[in-house]
Design a protein around this ligand. Structure first.
Ligand code: AMP
Ligand code: ZN
Ligand code: ZN
Length: 401
């Protein structure tokens, strides 16, 4: 008789022991933080994460190596042609509608978003999520959004963003989000304006490093430092561009023969039916420092064919070259991205630290489409089956794998 309560207690404690607590993940994005910015010796806080946690040599973006396509690839595990956000700005030639990332009417309209974001997968399976900025997190309507979110505000101070995340983690346990995104544009902004090797980019790197230090300090203050997994990623890198390396496509094909979408590393060309062959021939004749592809000729490794909104002709500039129209002649940026995603300069970062990750583990290049299945594995939830990402390319970063 006396042994019964003891037995009961053993079973009870064993039960608790086996039911592992729900993990926490903060996914931090440093826009345009190139893989080799760590070599500048100005990132002591990030260096500690790299040393102690998991670090990859680089994170390979999806093509095109632009902000919206890649934040969506990270959060859905799909290539842009599958999740639908094939560029920061693109055109639906059937409905004659433009998607523009800066236009909240389109950026918040769910008709453009074909993939399932991790917060949607997670919420459906009982995990509360939050987003302190992330492309695709602002959809109008209820079922495809994180429980908590902030709408993008370019000028909101870094510390305010960070404090917002900490405040969510201080919510009562039943309301507290377990997955949170956090986003900073500093390195991207300075990289475009002054180029990746500028002192201004170094200042942006230092700022993000100090925010990293502050994040761990604040997690410590609220007693969650050892419980939270923090993953640092970037969406792409950055390369030098110059006005000596510009190709004016409008000048090549002449006025009124085609609609030209986007500019810079890639350009979408929608020729008028009657001018199709002429436009294609003109572009092919001058194919120097850029490539001209019919949509179904875009190299397979770009995974950039299977979307009806990709133009019939796609132009891709060589690294550092810019495709422009007359309108952009006065554009004076010194850095850009969006090029071939296999180029070293387009690679981003991946670091992670926390209870679910191995320690002192350093690996080669990872693919950003594999982060979605990694998140599903951490939370032990079922991923969508139609994704491009593969758990087996990334799960070795986790403890017990
Ligand atoms: P890009 O360098 O053109 O690929 O885009 C980078 C820019 O995207 C940043 O400087 C931000 O201003 C902008 N951006 C980032 N996140 C968002 C968002 N959630 N909503 C609107 N704009 C954003
Ligand atoms: Zn970006
Ligand atoms: Zn950018």
């Amino acid at each position: 008789m006396k042994k019964l309560p003891f037995l009961f207690l053993c079973i009870f404690y064993l039960g608790i022991g086996f039911a592992s607590p729900k993990p926490y993940v903060i996914l931090v994005s440093f826009d345009g933080f190139r893989w080799d910015y760590f070599n500048r010796n100005i990132t002591p806080n990030l260096e500690k994460v790299r040393e102690d946690g998991v670090s990859a040599l680089s994170l390979r973006p999806a093509f095109p190596s632009k902000t919206f396509p890649n934040h969506l690839s990270i959060i859905t595990g799909m290539y842009p042609s599958h999740h639908g956000i094939i560029a920061n700005n693109f055109y639906d030639p059937f409905k004659k509608q433009l998607y523009r990332m800066q236009d909240t009417n389109t950026a918040r309209n769910e008709r453009w978003y074909l993939g399932e974001a991790f917060w949607e997968t997670a919420e459906r399976q009982g995990i509360t999520t939050a987003s302190y900025f992330w492309p695709g997190s602002e959809l109008t309507g209820t079922s495809r959004r994180p429980t908590y979110r902030e709408f993008f505000d370019y000028s909101r101070p870094e510390e305010t963003r960070l404090q917002g995340v900490i405040d969510w983690l201080k919510l009562p346990i039943e309301k507290r989000p377990h997955f949170i995104t956090l986003y900073f544009q500093n390195t991207d902004t300075e990289g475009h304006e002054y180029g990746p090797n500028s002192p201004e980019v170094n200042e942006a790197i230092k700022k993000l490093d100090s925010i990293t230090g502050l994040l761990f300090k604040k997690l410590d203050e609220i007693g969650l430092k050892d419980s939270v997994n923090v993953i640092f990623v970037s969406d792409h890198g950055m390369t030098n561009i110059s006005q000596q390396k510009e190709i004016n496509v409008e000048k090549i094909i002449g006025p009124g023969k085609a609609m030209l979408g986007d500019f810079g590393p890639t350009m979408m060309v929608f020729p008028k039916k009657e001018n199709f062959q002429e436009v294609y021939d003109l572009l092919k004749q001058t194919e120097n420092h850029y490539k001209v592809y019919l949509r179904n000729e875009v190299p397979i490794y770009f995974h950039y064919r299977e979307n009806p909104f990709i133009s019939p002709i796609v132009l891709i500039a060589d690294l550092g070259w810019s495709l422009i129209t007359n309108k952009e002649l006065s554009w004076k940026g010194k850095g850009n991205h969006g090029y071939d995603n296999n180029q070293l300069d387009m690679q981003g970062i991946f670091l992670a630290i926390g209870p679910n990750f191995k320690t002192n583990y350093h690996t080669g290049t990872l693919w950003n489409i594999d982060i979605y299945p990694l998140l599903c594995e951490i939370f032990n939830i079922v991923p969508r089956s139609n994704i491009d990402g593969k758990l087996e390319r990334i799960e070795f970063l986790l403890k017990g794998h």
